[in-house]
Design a binder for this molecule. Structure first.
Ligand code: ATP
Length: 520
């Protein structure tokens, strides 16, 4: 098993054991690509959602929220292009009977060349040390150039095939590149077919085309069809945005990799309506704002990179992804798309209703352009969890309550942590439990607290580390006399004696979501 698979497996095991994520309907052996969030998972997920929601709607006076229904009129998906074009090109390996997305096979193939280049660059860096000039090295090193030429050639053919919807050309490229199935190791491929990713169901008891409705494959369309309702009722002036979070459904072909790719997942989307011609400026500004939102969490910059789309979706005139270094490598976490007036114009055509903005300053009326930012909540959850997970060797120290050995700690950014404070009486008697509960009573309106009296203090610290609790407070016999407790910080394991009345401030300063929002 590869190191990457190992890391993902470890994370999945930890997430299950510690109540973050369970396979859906597990007692029936689960349902593929569907997961349930457990007691700590739901808290972390809610906190990420809140961070996103408040960053959008509280920090921007020109962004308001919406909660549209999952079911929408069937014509919505005709107008959006999903009925005709929300397809993935799929290909099967005849020996392993495994199904793949043809474009994903090719992208993974390209990533191998990129790895080769990166290794070559690292070798160069070591060889030339101080005098290393990366740009010059990339432009002149023959091995790098050879790999880059291969990448350009494959990308060029892939883009042309996808744009022309030429499935035979896509298959030929896979064959020419000698791409093999990772399971069977053979290149015995079927033809490439298109597969629509929407789940369809019937409305009411009547069957037939007109009653077919779809589970929404994205939340964005609920925003578009409500564009004028929101603009008028909230008296919004362009440029303005509408934010929404909610479930989306896609019948994914390759549904693996834990909560990264699910068939039921949650999106957080914001559509920003702008005057046509100004969209590129807003596109750049939202790229900068979104990456700042990620970086404020303190997850190091090397986890992120931008990836410009090779093939633009049918609706976009510019698009990029923010990619994150997941345990399985760099993958899409979020997207920023300049969607032009594609959606609003098509909804105008199919509904017969005007979806225009009247600019009172210039007396013009126009269909606005849209810059969208879209992020998968579950992918963000996986990003936070995977960056947070660490197995750390700790030295045994005399007189310390920390036992030596390895601890598993989730260094979740404190404002997102599921439990903020654990209050631990040193022993289960002598009035210590009562004192601990009294402390919880003073903190629980502000913070998610946990009480734990079982096992040694060291073991209790380990349990809190494993769910990412930033602070543990220990109540001992001295506490009853001097009104002070020991507070222990998760990451440094530093312990400090502080008066009980300071706890609210100490904890509050570190775990308050406003601390993150202030950085934006
Ligand atoms: P991918 O190329 O990985 O299939 P996409 O480009 O189709 O993703 P978008 O349509 O741009 O994704 O959706 C916006 C966001 O929704 C993505 O950036 C991702 O975070 C999330 N997302 C999309 N599909 C899934 C899924 N099946 N499971 C979990 N999250 C998803």
């Amino acid at each position: 098993m590869s190191n990457q698979e190992d890391r993902l497996k470890t994370l999945i095991g930890h997430a299950k054991e510690y109540g973050f994520v369970f396979p859906s309907s597990e007692i029936y052996d689960g349902l593929s690509a569907t997961y349930d969030y457990g007691p700590y998972g739901v808290e972390l997920k809610n906190n990420i959602r809140r961070y996103w929601w408040e960053a959008m709607t509280k920090l921007n006076e020109n962004i308001v929220g919406l909660d549209a229904a999952i079911f929408m009129h069937p014509l919505t998906w005709k107008a959006s292009g999903h009925v005709d074009a929300f397809n993935d090109p799929l290909i099967d390996n005849k020996d392993s009977k495994k199904r793949y997305r043809a474009d994903v096979l090719l992208e993974e193939h390209i990533a191998k060349y990129e790895d080769k280049i990166n290794k070559e660059v690292e070798k160069g860096r070591k060889r030339f040390a101080e005098s290393f000039d990366e740009a010059q090295f990339r432009a002149t090193n023959p091995n790098v150039k050879r790999s880059q030429d291969r990448i350009d050639a494959v990308e060029g053919r892939m883009k042309a095939a996808l744009e022309a919807n030429d499935l035979e050309a896509l298959r030929q490229l896979i064959i020419d590149e000698e791409i093999k199935c990772p399971i069977s190791g053979t290149a015995n491929w079927t033809e490439v077919r298109q597969f629509n990713l929407m789940f369809a169901t019937e409305l009411g008891s009547v069957s037939g085309e007109s009653s077919t409705i779809y589970l929404r494959p994205e939340t964005a369309q609920g925003i578009f069809v409500n564009f004028l309702n929101v603009q008028k009722s909230a008296r919004m002036k362009i440029p303005f945005g509408i934010a929404q979070t909610g479930k989306a459904f896609r019948n994914e072909i390759v549904a693996r990799q834990f909560v990264f790719r699910m068939r039921e997942f949650e999106q957080m989307e914001m559509q920003f309506f702008v005057k046509p011609g100004t969209e590129m400026q807003w596109y750049e500004s939202w790229k900068a704002k979104r990456i700042a939102w990620h970086k404020a969490l303190g997850i190091t910059g090397e986890h992120y990179r931008f990836h410009d789309h090779i093939k633009l979706a049918h609706y976009a005139n510019a698009a990029c992804d923010i990619e994150f270094k997941f345990p399985m490598g760099f993958k899409e976490l979020a997207g920023i798309h300049s969607r032009t007036d594609f959606d609003l114009s098509n909804h105008e055509k199919l509904s017969g209703k005007k979806l225009r903005y009247f600019d009172t300053e210039t007396n013009e009326s126009y269909v606005p352009y849209v810059v969208e930012t879209s992020i998968g909540l579950d992918r963000m959850f996986l990003a936070v969890l995977s960056a947070a997970y660490e197995e750390e060797q700790i030295p045994a120290k005399d007189g310390s309550t920390e036992e030596g050995g390895v601890r598993t700690v989730l260094r979740i950014p404190a404002p997102l942590a599921p439990v903020k404070v654990a209050v631990l009486p040193l022993i289960k008697k002598d009035g210590l439990p009562e004192k601990a509960r009294a402390i919880i009573d003073t903190l629980k309106l502000e913070h998610n607290c946990q009480y734990d009296e079982k096992d040694s203090i060291g073991k209790r610290y380990r349990r809190q580390d494993a769910i990412g609790t930033p602070y543990c407070i220990t109540v001992d016999h001295e506490t009853l006399k001097d009104g002070a407790v020991t507070i222990r910080e998760r990451d440094s394991m530093a312990q400090e004696r502080v008066p009980i009345e300071h706890l609210g401030r100490i904890v509050g300063d570190m775990v308050d979501l406003r601390g993150l929002l202030r950085k934006l």
